[in-house]
Design a protein around this ligand. Structure first.
Ligand code: NAD
Length: 262
């Protein structure tokens, strides 16, 4: 038997054309956000790259033919300077702080909620009217395995990601009648600077060698014993923008190597 489809026919799920669409990616200068900006631009979307690190935002904007916005998302006034005419919002910017609850600095806790929950809320307020007016929009929140379950020493991060999950579900319910879907993507550990920094922090918190952190801590609960690549997360984001996934709404898509199955 011979398959009648020539190898040159694109797979339906890879067939995402975003020409004429505008995307805004927060934390687009590095890691997962950068991979998302590249993937969305490759699908012909116009991409706004938002990051507090100006150099990396400008580099990614140059690479994708997009526009850099050097903004600290902890500053609500600065968010008001960002474009409102956005069809695809990728709430990705985030950071980690590892410390036991009893030693967790309260101002660090508050900052993480501000950047990882309040900023996505403010960006939704800013961009949803345009999506509603056009009858089409995609909101993709880069949550985490830690949006669905907890680990020790990550109180602010787990709280913020669980809050982002709730925000995403409300967006899904309110947006549906306007053609707007909202979903979370929930990666396990991804090969990015954020994780590289955590290896040192985890080693200190657990009192073990940095070389053992990957196998004994980070990947201990993942049946697939490798880090996820940023491009694999970006592929899921792109997939959620495709016509084939228009009925996926209010969902959380685990990219966790089977972590959640155990
Ligand atoms: P990263 O550190 O490589 O990139 C994060 C980017 O966000 C950086 O460019 C940084 O400058 C920017 N950023 C941080 N705070 C900002 C602020 N206040 N204003 C503007 N920009 C800001 O991190 P990453 O690993 O690519 O993580 C991206 C997202 O993915 C985060 O929300 C993170 O929680 C999530 N995530 C990461 C992993 C992982 O293993 N790396 C796993 C699950 C979820």
């Amino acid at each position: 038997m011979t398959n009648v489809f020539p190898a040159s026919v694109p797979l339906p799920s890879a067939d995402v054309h975003l020409g004429g669409r505008t995307a805004l990616v927060t934390g687009g200068g590095s890691g997962i956000g950068k991979a998302c900006a590249v993937a969305l631009a490759a699908a012909h979307a116009t991409v706004h790259v938002v990051d507090k690190d100006g150099e990396s935002a400008k580099a990614v904007a140059a690479e994708t033919g997009g526009r850099a916005h050097v903004v600290d998302l902890a500053d609500p006034a600065a968010i008001e300077s960002l474009p409102a005419e956005v069809d695809i919002l990728v709430n990705n910017a985030g950071f980690q702080h590892v410390a036991p609850l009893t030693e967790f600095p309260p101002e660090r806790f508050a900052l993480m909620q501000q950047v990882m929950v309040t900023a996505p809320f403010l960006l939704l307020r800013r961009t949803l009217p345009h999506m509603y007016a056009n009858g089409w929009g995609r909101v993709i929140n880069i949550s985490s395995v830690h949006g669905l379950r907890a680990s020790a020493y990550k109180s602010a991060y787990v709280a913020a990601k669980h809050a982002l999950e709730g925000l995403s579900k409300v967006t899904a319910i309110e947006g549906a009648e306007h053609g707007v879907t909202s979903n979370c993507v929930n990666p396990g550990y991804v090969r990015t600077p954020l994780v590289e920094k955590q290896v040192g922090d985890q080693a200190a918190a657990h009192g073990i060698d940095a070389s053992d952190v990957l196998t004994d801590i980070l990947l201990a609960r993942s049946p697939i014993k490798r880090l996820l690549e940023p491009e694999e997360v970006a592929a899921a984001v792109l997939w959620l923008c495709s016509p084939h996934t228009a009925y996926i709404n209010g969902a959380s898509v685990p990219l966790d190597g089977g972590w959640g199955a155990g």
